[in-house]
Design a protein around this ligand. Structure first.
Ligand SMILES: Nc1ncnc2c1ncn2[C@@H]1O[C@H](COP(=O)(O)OP(=O)(O)OP(=O)(O)O)[C@@H](O)[C@H]1O
Ligand SMILES: [Mg+2]
Length: 708
């Protein structure tokens, strides 16, 4: 869901424009209390206003076997507005990522969510481009430099009408905004290349999303791994995106006071419960009113987290246990007489009845009734189909050529194995024993040599991870990805076939003739392409390295078994193995084509001297029991048809996963909720009804508490 405005000038107008609107948007919020939702600014700014509301959001981890059903989020509600940046804060494990994942419709399959999410007043799933989400993990292409990564991302999403100059300006502006100038030409890095630092990777991931100024942006701990100055600049850049009329929601871990001051709203979570939701600056007052004021010398966010992080109970107990003379940390009066779980429960309880909760509720009501721009008109990427295809093909080609493990390692291994095959079957000739030798050599090359294509599986898994991230953020469609992946890999597969073909052809001394040599290489090429496509389907269905390799090896093993070499085709059990497996198996077509290409026209010696000679045709029909009723080119065509079939299957599987999984998930959710509700132990609301006596806290470090 990204809308990109045409730059007003070619020299960085894209970013300047964002900053110029600052005042328009900030002034809006001041009108909120009058119950009017109005966005100032330009018409285009109003048109891209994105209001997000979540109501009674509950996420549970069902456990029907044994143990408790764990509640990850407990009926939380809130909203996010354009022009403002919201911080989701809470201790580790409090549900920050779960909240963002629920909003972005990216929860894992084992959990169940209930509640409503409204985007501009409409119930909607925020997947596939509806939201730009920078997740906690960085999924980047390791072989590209920072500048290349951002540039490709820009070409994939910015409108095709942008000139190269304009795109370059935007890219450079984003690099500067994220402070990546020093590592602009550094490779991101992968398993064999040491590249960017963790913080730089994080900033790059953010840069990729703020590049297009998305209407709705989620970030999961964007400042983790950054020093406080870089964290400040990152959040400031996010604030500038928000001020441009965009809606920004970010989870954050212990921000410095400067960073905290940049946030407009605060959502404080603890154990999946709301402790506070409202304007960030009001949180300090709320804590003070509740009896836990922030000491003047302390960073407010530290204070909030110190109050709600139950782990501190364990820390205190451990310290007390391990030190004979345990000294209370200075200024810890507020925590001395209460356990943090008590403080947390008090805060959550007080918040429910506070004016902040009331204000948030009335605001939520107004926003829910507000019907802004139709979300259906929100487009994902603004680049044309052709532009996306060329950009993606180019990027994928560069990745393949720089990643040693993708193809180059295989070129070397194929060459070595080819030399081995060449020496074993060297100058095979036309003696009687050559009949079997030629058959075995063909079987090995179309079977085992092709089998080695499985080696690219780890790279496929990396490709699939990047595809998943980019697809979810709405970079491009499934068809573009599949086509670009095929196109970029073709030159490498051709190279492998040519290297293997040339070495074995010349060493084994197959029959001369360019067309035979060309067929031999093409046959190999088509077979490798089929196996690669099959492996892509496996990588998509089984995205685990080891499991995927085992599954892929099993499938290709079956193809080898039914290709006609290990068991002749007429002898295969008719049911299943002959029909349909031997027909939809590239191996049987490939082997038939290879035998025809090699043997038709050859004459072999008889078994004993003086025995009648055998023609190649006789060998094929009588010994290998293969029909000669169609030409070898038809065999090649069948392999290409299988290749197309696999690519279509790949498309169908990806589309099915996108379309069907939400349906199955909602069915699963309904069933689970129904079953859970029947359990007496499953209470809808958490029981934090205990009241705690509060005591004056005016003795705190440098503080005069407003509570008597
Ligand atoms: N799919 C899941 N299956 C099982 N448990 C889960 C799942 N998702 C989240 N959890 C649990 O829910 C709790 C909240 O997780 P979440 O990742 O939202 O925490 P967080 O606030 O983002 O923490 P952090 O700051 O460490 O990233 C954790 O205890 C986690 O183990
Ligand atoms: Mg998290």
């Amino acid at each position: 869901m990204m809308e990109i405005e045409q730059a007003s000038s070619s020299s960085g107008g894209y970013h300047r424009r964002g900053n110029n609107n600052n005042d328009d948007t900030t002034s809006d919020h001041d009108n909120d209390d009058e119950g009017v939702i109005s966005l100032g600014g330009s018409t285009s700014m109003r048109a891209r206003a994105t209001y997000l509301v979540w109501q009674d959001l509950t996420v549970v981890l069902p456990n029907f076997g044994h143990g408790h059903t764990k509640r990850l989020l407990r009926g939380i509600s809130g909203y996010a507005e354009p022009g403002r940046i919201m911080a989701i804060m809470g201790p580790s494990g409090s549900g920050k990522s779960t909240l963002l994942d629920s909003l972005a419709d990216r929860l894992s399959k084992n959990v169940v969510m209930t509640g409503d999410i409204l985007l501009n007043g409409e119930k909607r799933r925020l997947s596939y481009g509806a939201v730009a989400y920078v997740t906690q993990e960085d999924v980047l292409m390791g072989t590209l430099t920072v500048r290349e990564t951002i540039t490709y991302s820009a070409y994939l999403r910015l409108p095709t009408s942008f000139t190269n100059e304009e795109v370059r300006d935007i890219v450079e502006g984003t690099i500067m905004e994220m402070g990546l100038e020093d590592c602009g030409d550094t490779l991101v890095g992968n398993w064999h290349l040491r590249g960017l630092s963790g913080g730089e990777k994080k900033r790059l991931s953010i840069a990729l999303e703020i590049l297009v100024r998305p209407r709705l942006m989620f970030l999961d701990e964007p400042t983790s791994g950054l020093d406080s100055a870089s964290a400040f600049f990152v959040v400031q850049a996010l604030k500038s995106v928000a001020r441009d009329g965009r809606t920004v929601v970010s989870s954050i871990h212990q921000p410095s006071s400067e960073v905290f001051a940049l946030f407009d709203d605060l959502f404080l979570l603890s154990g999946g419960e709301t402790v506070y939701f409202g304007e960030a600056k009001d949180a300090i007052t709320f804590f003070a009113e509740t009896g836990f004021p922030c000491p003047t010398k302390r960073n407010p966010s530290d204070h909030f987290l110190r109050c709600i992080n139950s782990d501190f109970d364990v820390v205190t107990a451990t310290l007390k246990g391990s030190q004979r003379h345990y000294e209370e940390p200075k200024g810890s009066d507020a925590y001395k007489n209460f356990s943090t779980s008590e403080i947390k429960a008090t805060l959550a309880e007080k918040y429910t009845w506070s004016k902040y909760a009331k204000k948030a509720q009335s605001k939520m009501k107004q926003i829910s009734a507000f019907h802004g721009p139709q979300t259906s008109t929100i487009s994902t990427s603004q680049a044309g189909w052709w532009k996306q295809l060329t950009t993606l093909t180019q990027r994928s080609f560069i990745n393949m050529s720089r990643d040693i493990g993708y193809y180059w390692l295989r070129v070397i291994i194929y060459s070595i194995v080819s030399i081995c095959v060449g020496t074993i079957f060297y100058d095979v000739g036309t003696g009687n024993t050559a009949i079997l030798a030629r058959g075995a050599c063909g079987g090995f090359i179309t079977g085992f040599m092709v089998f080695m294509s499985i080696g690219s599986f780890p790279s496929f898994i990396e490709d699939m991870k990047i595809f998943t991230r980019e697809r979810l953020n709405g970079y491009y469609g499934v068809a573009v990805f599949i086509l670009s992946n095929l196109l970029s890999s073709l030159p490498f597969m051709l190279l492998i076939s040519l290297v293997t073909g040339t070495i074995t052809w010349n060493m084994v001394k197959y029959r001369h003739g360019f067309s035979r040599y060309a067929y031999y290489c093409l046959n190999l090429f088509a077979s490798i392409a089929v196996v690669e496509s099959c492996m892509m389907v496996v990588a998509c269905l089984v995205p685990n390295f080891l499991m995927g390799i085992v599954t892929g090896a099993g499938i290709i093993g079956i193809m080898m078994m039914t290709s006609g070499f290990f068991r002749q085709i007429p002898d295969l059990p008719k049911l299943f193995w002959r029909y349909p497996i031997s027909y939809i198996n590239y191996g049987s077509w490939s082997l038939q084509g290879a035998y025809k290409n090699d043997m038709i026209g050859l004459v072999f010696d008889g078994l004993a001297p003086g025995d009648p000679k055998m023609t190649g045709e006789e060998v094929i029909t009588k010994m290998y029991r293969l029909p000669l009723n169609h030409s070898k080119w038809l065999d090649l065509l069948a392999i290409i048809a299988i290749l197309v079939g696999y690519r279509i299957l790949f498309f169908v599987v990806l589309k099915f996963k996108e379309r069907a999984s939400p349906f199955f998930q909602s069915m699963y959710a309904k069933r689970t909720v129904y079953r859970l509700n029947k359990r007496p132990s499953f209470k809808r609301f958490p029981s934090s009804k205990r009241q705690y006596n509060l005591r004056p806290l005016s003795s705190q470090e440098g503080l005069s508490s407003p509570i008597p």
